[in-house]
Design a binder for this molecule. Structure first.
Ligand SMILES: [Fe+2]
Length: 213
């Protein structure tokens, strides 16, 4: 997994410089956020990293393909392998497969938007999926594109939502735009776009930092 120390530091938060001494690294923990109403009602089966294709189907999920790479880390920067990572997201038109979703946008027969992964050696995880679409929130606004994560390691459980950079909707999102007021740093939940490695696939990186584990 090719995330440099610089990426970890600049992408996540914190470096505490101690004058005249070695630099002590302390990463800001990824903020907790509500699970939201669309947590999968069925426990996802262990999933291939590629959410754009479903077993038994020849088609591919509609939408912009993205690849997301990152690591699960402790605040001291050490990696957490074997963390349980549950992921759920809307399809490209903003619809979840959860049956309580009232969004009239159509389901995509080639996309469930649910995955269960475990971090590998070095804490690495990787998914290939489609960029989720925005969708209406109950207060009359529009949720910015985001992917839900629940990460478990030891007895620590993190629920959070990851957003995309340079999205106009981020500033209006009912959760994202209120994070600072809720003492959560929104910069820690925005992934970083990195250089593409294949045509028509956007690449992002996002590390998940657990406060305890
Ligand atoms: Fe959501």
């Amino acid at each position: 997994m090719g995330i440099s120390r610089r990426t970890v530091v600049t992408g996540l938060a914190g470096i505490i410089a101690v004058p005249g001494a070695a630099v002590a690294e302390s990463l800001a923990p990824t903020p907790q956020e509500t699970l939201g109403p669309y947590f999968p009602v069925r426990t996802p089966a262990e999933h291939n990293f590629d959410l754009t294709r479903l077993p038994g189907r020849t088609g591919r999920a509609a939408g912009q393909i993205i690849e997301l790479n990152g690591r699960v880390l402790r605040v001291d920067g050490s990696p957490i392998p074997k963390a349980k990572i549950e992921i759920w997201q809307a399809n490209a038109l903003g619809r979840y497969t959860n049956p309580i979703d009232r969004n009239p946008a159509p389901l995509d027969p080639n996309f469930k938007g649910v995955a269960l992964l475990h971090s590998a050696a070095g804490g690495a995880y990787r998914i290939r999926t489609i960029k989720p679409g925005p969708y209406p929130d109950p207060a009359g606004g529009t949720r910015a594109p985001h992917i839900h994560f629940q990460v478990a390691a030891g007895d620590y459980l993190l629920a959070t939502q990851m957003y995309f950079p340079a999205e106009a909707l981020n500033d209006k999102d009912i959760l994202m735009s209120t994070m600072s007021g809720r003492h959560r740093d929104p910069t820690n939940v925005i992934c970083k776009q990195v250089e593409a490695s294949e045509p028509d696939v956007l690449r992002f990186e996002w590390d998940i930092v657990l406060l305890q584990a």
